[in-house]
Structures are given as structure tokens and as C-alpha cells.
Design a protein around this ligand. Sequence first.
Ligand code: ACO
Length: 358
Amino acid sequence: MNNGLDDVVAAETVLSDVDGAAGRLVIRGYALDELVPGWSFEAATALLLGDLLPADGLERRLGAARVEVFGQVQALDAELAARPPLEALRALTARLADGEDAETALRLLAAPAVFTAAIVRARRGLAPIAPDPTLGHAADALRMMKGAATAAEAEALDAYLVTVCEHGLNASTFAARVVASTRAGYASAVVAGISALKGPLHGGAPGPVIEMLDGVGTPANARPWLEAALDRGDRLMGFGHRIYRVRDPRADALKGVVRRLTGEGDAAQGRLIFAEAVEQAALAVLRERKPNRALDTNVEFYTALLLEALDFPPDAFTCVFAMGRTAGWLAHAREQVAGGRIVRPQSRYIGPAPRQAA
Ligand code: ACO
């Protein structure tokens, strides 16, 4: 029995190669540092889904899909808005029609941007802002959330969405592929992906990274705070990875994006310098406490810093992750439908031996 399916190869893919020993991520033939900074979310989506959604006209089609999805925002009632944002996003996404066609895929790509912005605003007591279909996806996602966004902020969100759009057979992508393998449809596969992403061991980590930074408070308090957390048996959020045995290349890609976004001496730059100090303390403490494990910084640590700098509230960070990763989930769902069989592994029975009913 392989608890956690380490090293089990359950799919062949043309979508990405995650080299855990070298700390290298290749997305459909491009190393991450060729894509970030520079590529837009639309360009990365076409790279992954080009046979279904070619690059030509995709920005316009995705804009139109945001407008269509905005028609569903009224389903966000007070009760749903009071739930954790990812649960509200999951519920709203689950209302979208299922299918295995381009229109379904476009709605699913548009949905996290439209719904996340509406959810964040509803939780702030504000009415939703309608999409502007003439804008790029990242620029409009920010505008719908906070009313206006600078070009630098839109570029930073594009860089984030591209960084997280695809990453091998991680838990949420595997979940999406399992559901797609039953031919349930892309919406069902994406809802499965969102559900798996929610957990703090996967996409739910960056919100708790902010809690950690706020709990630490000052650089001098980093070591005692982190040691106390490990003494309680807590895991340090933003560190460790199943595949990477060295630093997650996405961590430095995102750190570079945060650095470009901050200005000399501003609050965001101060926050970055503090976070770097906490990161160094965490790496030192993890090396001492877990000498036999290669635990390094993962994507979630600098995700937290970047999304905070873009004014997303920490409890909605995972929704923004879903905004990027939906492209990967859909590409994997397509690959599974095209070439895979229904996913059906086995369990070994360790319950009581057969017995007579009383
Ligand atoms: N803090 C403290 N200890 C850790 C951490 C951590 N962040 N990560 C792993 N460990 C320890 C485990 O406690 C375990 O110790 P033990 O052998 O003494 O019991 C050992 O390292 C091995 O850990 P595993 O659970 O085997 O590692 P696994 O591959 O199963 O888990 C995971 C990977 C879930 C990412 C883990 O490192 C973790 O929980 N990290 C914190 C949460 C996090 O940052 N998640 C985001 C990951 S990136 C993403 O999914 C997008």
C-alpha cells in the first residue's frame, strides 16, 4: 500500500514537468522563468488549451465569458457571502452548466475572477462591479475587486496567475482528472479541483502564512515563535513540498514579482524585508528540527506577500489560486478525456473477516 501515492505515475501529460530534484518547472516546453514575468494569463491558457481555445481572440472571448458569468452573481446571497470565500466560490461555480466544450471552459476560466471579486466586495458591504470585457483578465479581476488597478498591479497578477496555472499531478489536478475520467464534465472536474485546493496542506496555505507573519510580529520574535509552533506539532505554512526537495522555483519567481511591485521605502517593501527575515529563520529552525527532511520554501510563502500587496484579503487568497489553476485543471481534464480510462485504483481490505449476521 502506498500511503499518499508517492512516486506513482498515474498519467502521461504534455502539460508540465515538475523536476523536484533540480527545482525546475517546465510548462509545455517553457521553463517558468521564460514565462514569468511577461506572459499574460490568456497567453498561458492558450499554451495549455490551445486546441480548444486558441490564442487568437481569447482575450475577447474570455471578456465576453466574464460578462456572461456576471449574470450569475445575484446567487451570492448574504448567507453565502458569510461563508469562507472559497466555499462561496465553490458553490457559485457549481451552479454553472456542465459540458466538455469551449463555452463551458470559457465560463469556468472567467468564473473565479468574477465571483472572487463579488465575494470580496460583498464581505466588505459593497455591491459587485460589472466586468469590462475590453480589459485583460488580470486587469479586470483587480478592477472588479477594488474599482481600479494600475498597469503594474495587473502585470503582477498576470505573473502570479501564470506561475500557478499548471503544476503536474498535484492533489487538486488529480482530483479534477479523476472526475473528468468519469465523463462528468469540465464544471464537475473544476469543482473537484476547487475542493481539493481548499485544504491548508495544498492551496489553503497562503492565508495562514499571513497569520504566521502577523503572529511573529518582529524579526527578533521569529525564532521563538516558530519553535513554539513546531513544539505544538504545527507545520510551518509555506514550507515543504512532496515533489521539490530543493527550493520551489515558483517561490523566487513570485518574490521577484513582489519586489518589482514595491517601491523604495514603502510599506510593501518593509513587509517583504520582514518576510525574508522570517523565511530565513524558518529555514534554519526546520533544518535543526527536521535534519533528515529537505524542507524548503514553497510557492505559498511569496504568494501570500504578493496577494496581500495586491489588496486581496487573506481569506480569499485560495480563490485567486483557483483563478490561475483552473487553466491547468481544464487542460488535464481534456487530456484525461482524450486518452485516459476511468481512474479506478484498488484498496486492500483490512476489516473483520467474513462473519454470519446475528
Ligand atoms: N513544517 C514542519 N514540518 C514539516 C513541514 C512543514 N511545513 N512539511 C513537512 N514537515 C515534516 C512532517 O511533519 C514530516 O515530519 P515527520 O517525518 O517527523 O513526521 C516530514 O516533514 C515529512 O512530511 P510529509 O508529510 O511526508 O511531507 P508530504 O510530502 O506528505 O507533505 C506538504 C507535503 C503537505 C506540502 C507539507 O510539507 C506541508 O504540510 N507543508 C505546509 C503546508 C503548505 O505549505 N502547503 C502548500 C504546499 S504547495 C501547494 O500545494 C500549492
